[in-house]
Design a protein. Sequence first.
Length: 191
Amino acid sequence: MFKVAVLVGSIRPNSSNLQFARALEKLALGRLQFDVIDLAALPFYDETLWANPPAAVLDMKQRIAAADAVLFVTPEYNRSIPGVLKNAIDWPSRPFGKSVWEGKPAAIVGATGGATGTAQAQAHLRSILVILGMAVMGRPEVYQTLKPGMIDADDLITDERTREFLLKWVDAFVTWIGRFAVPRQLRIAAE
């Protein structure tokens, strides 16, 4: 089983993207272990804070470093990613030469009530992640339009066609991670 650090680009407790991430976690049960990182705990990026790094920053860097992969679940704000997500990307890339992003396999998904999904935000995010040296999965792409009732109170996908598509996405992500990461059990055994 692969461990996946999950960064949800919305800090609202009832965020549709957080609910979508939880639904994906249920679909991936037994194959992927999600570790959702709280982005609300991070201060705004400030280079001078590296003199005495905030505990939330060090915790996030450690959790990303320990993960086999990263999943970015982003809403779209003004045709781009939310500032909270950009902030969460900047912290682990620093200090210079100590980025935890380099070589890490990643995937991007997003959910919205709008018809175009989160396509613009995902395109912008993809350009950022590639610069950081991440191995970003190209497809299948997930620009999920959430309709009322599509995810139930138990975070289960209720629409069978959507569920089948997302299960194929999970399969692709597991395969993608496998190209780059050694499963945790083997890593622990080697240590």
